[in-house]
Design a protein around this ligand. Structure first.
Ligand code: NAG
Ligand code: NAG
Ligand code: NAG
Ligand code: NAG
Ligand code: NAG
Ligand code: NAG
Ligand code: NAG
Ligand code: NAG
Ligand code: NAG
Ligand code: NAG
Length: 800
């Protein structure tokens, strides 16, 4: 003890080779002390960010490379909440690490599960640990287990942990990009539909060859980023750094543009001048993020260009400026008033004179179309845009004129673009013709994909494509023109937004919220009696993007036309201003998720469960094959299956899926659907068919049989973690009873149990063509046809 006390005075100054003892602290000040690792490679302490005033800067408690010139943060504690000058991090005498501001308010403390540390240490690996007792191995917490955006050699991204990119080069706050080693074994990159900040995320990158197989992602000491199976086997090498660890520091960072990069930093200054070299994934972020929702990789009206090193740059078209000059990812706004088009100040001036088109030959804004028609000449096409105030940009390609409206989204430089974009801008008052530089082609040859060194999975990048966009292709929605009337004459009620407010008592009681909106409980007046309803308020993003009033009405009408005992019924809707609301029958017995996983002591009744399985299957047959406009649900899961008062299952939320069209092409990168229930083809570049619902149904069916969720972390044996794998295992070994726990009714009905499990294994086949149609599923469930031996659901994947 006295030894420790003697050391104390030195601990506040930089030093190496020392354990940090209880009672030590560091203070955020102009010149910062650090706790340094024995080799001096890494340091733990405060890093100044911005100017250090509380408003636009402060101190980051971080681990940095201590020997390379540019201070590179590899881990931080308080990225979203910078500490003001004078803040203190202390390893208290009680064995806790606490970051407090000068007034003593706690800013951050690691989650050690209440365990006290005996000392702390900055290790040579870059891991800052709180040691439990005598040895560092049994640490109570380590920065490696709580990564921010970087992995270091010997560090692994374990299941259910994630990297979150920082906001920008100099802003360490969390951004919208997440890279997750999911507990379902998939390695996925997610983002939100920027600029909307919503909980709803979509995947833009997924490991393809090892769906559900991954256990952790580890960077090893020779600079290989490996995807590992549970037993430690290397499944694939994501990056191959290769450089020697004697000469280089290695790191893998999930960067602020949503791209995972591999970096090397030479350890000695005299070594080759290039400080980093990067392997990246996805190789082209500009195209990886797309689809009809959100703005794409850059903000609205801007366009994304890939530089030599695969870094994206967001740019504004001519006469447009960044909405926020300090943040180029927020998109651009016109530097003129587009409304001038509608109200030309000089009455005799036609729009021709006020607005002109500037050519941008290689820039494609792939979304925002509102009209498209054949046009023999480019001039005629241009004139159409100039004559239409809605038109912000027009493309002319292969004698087709396509008009796009504001805000333009998903802009990117596309080398292979077949036509050209012409953007409408206001002519400046003084000049009658445009400055020549606007017409200058911007088609400098681009390094589209400067190739990625040593990547393997990453070359197989898929752009997570899906074909269940919420929005219909506007080009096909002209039919909508007469539909507003049609909706009114059908039996759907149209509500005013005020009525919705009254019905829900000011949107008080939330029944649930999902990918597309929030559902409230409400009461409406129906033929002079009160009727309970579920009122779904769609998120604004669906409203802003892609829905004009007519399109919404078109879709609502199609939902309203469905009529089946095993679907929830749409009672009415509200379509007013910014508000899009759907009103459904209220289901008194909650969702199947509550029923199955509600946590009661005994399993819900077996016969009720089998009846639910039949009802869901019948509802899906109707959606796929029997209603006027076939519908793929895209998001079948227990939360979307509701139970009415007689415990009959009713599928809900189907209205929000894309109406199924023959020969559907993929038009969006948005994944509708929920992790775990998603069919693997969502992650592949193949058409999405009704078979995606069959896959999700197969998983729900297994959950019904076994009364547990597909993924469960708290299981006795590891092989039970993923239900679909475990179930196949039990089935192939003839040990189905293991799935049933103490479910007596089910035990006595083993013939049916086996049939249901076999059906569900058929449904979850990786190869969609092996999965039965829902009609066949119903026949199999009812025992009308024999169910043959299903193959291993994963055999298709392993054959690739
Ligand atoms: C704060 O930092 C910015 C850029 O880092 C600089 O332009 C500005 O002058 C600084 N402000 C003060 C008050 O130091
Ligand atoms: C960093 O970005 C976030 C998100 O835009 C913002 O809220 C925060 O103020 C920024 N921090 C600094 C220091 O600029
Ligand atoms: C740090 O503490 C551990 C455990 O108490 C001890 O084994 C190690 O020698 C200490 N290191 C130094 C440099 O004091
Ligand atoms: C790192 O991984 C690669 C590829 O899996 C392997 O060849 C190499 O031996 C590993 N290096 C170490 C130090 O484990
Ligand atoms: C480890 O797991 C992989 C995939 O799960 C399997 O292919 C391999 O045979 C296993 N290896 C050992 C040694 O168990
Ligand atoms: C722009 O991109 C979209 C989507 O990739 C494509 O369909 C379209 O043809 C492109 N436009 C032109 C003019 O090449
Ligand atoms: C152009 O003229 C309008 C009205 O005459 C004026 O409001 C506007 O500021 C002028 N713009 C420029 C760029 O001179
Ligand atoms: C809900 O289901 C239970 C059976 O689990 C049933 O007893 C009850 O009557 C149902 N509730 C309503 C409101 O019908
Ligand atoms: C779908 O595509 C196939 C082949 O491309 C074609 O034969 C068929 O007629 C198309 N169906 C519809 C409804 O367009
Ligand atoms: C119309 C229809 O097929 N309704 C079915 C809904 O589900 C129940 C329970 O399985 C069936 O009995 C109905 O026939």
């Amino acid at each position: 003890m006295s030894f420790l006390l003697l050391l104390l005075p030195f601990l506040v100054t930089p030093q190496s080779n020392r354990n940090v003892s209880l009672g030590s602290s560091l203070t955020a000040a102009a010149s910062n002390a650090h706790w340094v690792s024995p080799s001096g490679d890494f340091a733990f302490g405060f890093e100044q960010v911005g100017n250090g005033t509380h408003d636009d800067g402060g101190y980051l408690l971080a681990v940095v490379f201590d020997k390379i010139p540019e201070r590179t943060v590899v881990w931080s504690a308080n990225r979203n909440n910078l500490a003001p000058r004078g803040s203190k991090v202390e390893l208290t005498t009680g064995g806790r690490l606490v970051l407090t501001d000068p007034s003593g308010r706690q800013i951050w403390t690691p989650d050690t599960g209440e365990r006290a540390a005996s000392h702390a240490a900055m290790l040579d690996t870059g891991n800052f640990v709180l040691a439990a007792a005598a040895n560092v191995v049994s640490s109570v917490w380590g920065s490696f287990q709580d990564p921010t955006d970087t992995l270091l050699p010997t560090q692994a991204l374990e299941r259910d942990t994630q990297l979150i990119a920082k906001y920008s080069k100099s802003n360490y706050s969390e951004s919208r990009f997440k890279f997750i080693m999911q507990d379902d074994g998939n390695l996925v990159m997610y983002t939100t539909h920027y600029p909307e900040s919503r909980a709803d995320q979509f995947a833009y990158w997924v490991t393809r060859n090892y769906i559900r197989a991954g256990y952790s992602l580890a960077l090893n000491q020779s600079g290989f980023l490996n995807l590992l199976a549970a037993n430690g086997t290397v499944l694939d090498t994501v990056f191959n750094g290769g450089g020697s660890s004697q000469d280089f520091y290695h790191r893998v960072t999930f960067d602020y543009d949503g791209v995972l990069r591999y970096y090397e930093h030479p350890k000695r200054n005299d070594m080759s001048s290039s400080t980093d070299h990067a392997s990246t994934s996805p190789p082209d972020i500009c195209t990886a993020i797309g689809g009809p929702l959100g703005s794409g990789a850059c903000g609205y009206n801007s366009y994304c260009e890939l530089e030599d090193d695969n870094r994206r740059v967001c740019k504004c078209p001519p006469k447009y400026v960044f909405q926020d000059p300090s943040d180029e990812s927020r998109g651009c706004v016109p530097d003129f008033d587009p409304e001038d088009c509608r109200h030309p100040q000089e009455s005799n001036n036609n729009n021709d004179a006020l607005f002109v088109l500037a050519a941008m030959p290689k820039v494609n804004w792939s979304e925002s179309n509102y009209d498209s028609f054949p046009s023999e000449t480019e001039e005629a096409c241009q004139q159409s845009c100039l004559n239409d105030c809605r038109c912000a940009l027009v493309t002319y390609s292969r004698e087709t004129c396509t008009m796009k409206r504001s805000p333009l989204s998903n802009g990117r430089v596309e080398d292979a673009m077949s036509g050209k974009s012409l953007i409408k801008i206001r002519r400046s008052n003084s000049t009658t013709s445009l400055a020549p530089d606007f017409d200058q082609p911007t088609d400098t040859i681009l390094p589209m994909q400067t190739l990625v060194r040593g990547s393997s999975i990453f070359v197989n990048i898929i752009f997570v494509l899906a074909s269940c966009p919420w929005r219909k292709n506007p080009l096909n929605s002209k039919v909508g023109e007469t539909l507003d009337q049609g909706a009114l004459s059908s039996n759907l009620r149209r509500f005013a937004y005020k009525e919705m407010e009254t019905a829900t008592g000011g949107f008080k009681q939330v029944l649930g919220s999902g990918s597309s909106g929030t559902v409230y409980k409400g009461v409406i007046n129906d033929h002079n009696s009160e009727k309970l309803v579920a009122i779904k308020v769609l998120d604004k993003v669906h409203v802003m993007e892609g829905h004009d009033v007519r399109e919404f009405t078109t879709e609502v009408t199609i939902i309203g036309e469905t009529n089946h005992k095993n679907l929830t019924r749409l009672v009415g809707f509200c379509n007013e201003g910014q508000h899009r609301v759907l009103v459904y029958e209220f289901m008194s017995n909650g969702s199947l998720a509550d029923f199955l996983f509600g946590g009661g002591e005994t399993r819900p009744n077996w016969y009720t469960r089998t009846r639910i399985a039949y009802s869901v299957a019948r509802g899906l047959v109707y959606l796929h094959e029997e209603c006027n406009t076939p519908i793929i649900h895209c998001d079948i899961k227990p939360q979307n299956i509701l139970l009415d008062c007689s415990m009959t299952a009713r599928i809900s939320d189907f209205g929000l899926s894309k109406l199924m069209k023959a020969n559907q092409t993929r038009t969006t990168t948005a994944i509708r659907g929920t992790k775990g229930y998603l069919a693997p083809e969502w992650f592949r570049n193949v058409p999405v068919t009704p078979k995606v619902d069959v896959h999700s149904f197969g998983i729900v069916l297994l959950e019904l049989v076994c009364c547990r969720k597909n993924f469960m972390m708290e299981v006795e044996k590891e092989e039970e973690m993923v239900l679909v794998d475990w179930a196949y295992d039990c089935y192939s070994k003839g040990k189905l009873h293991k799935l049933l726990g103490d479910d007596k009714d089910a035990m006595e009905d083993m013939v049916r149990v086996e049939r249901l499990v076999k059906v569900s294994i058929w449904c979850i086949q990786e190869d969609p063509s092996l999965r039965p149609s829902m009609k066949k599923v119903v026949h199999m469930l009812e025992g009308a046809v024999l169910v043959s031996e299903p193959p291993d659901p994963n055999s298709f994947m392993s054959a690739i």
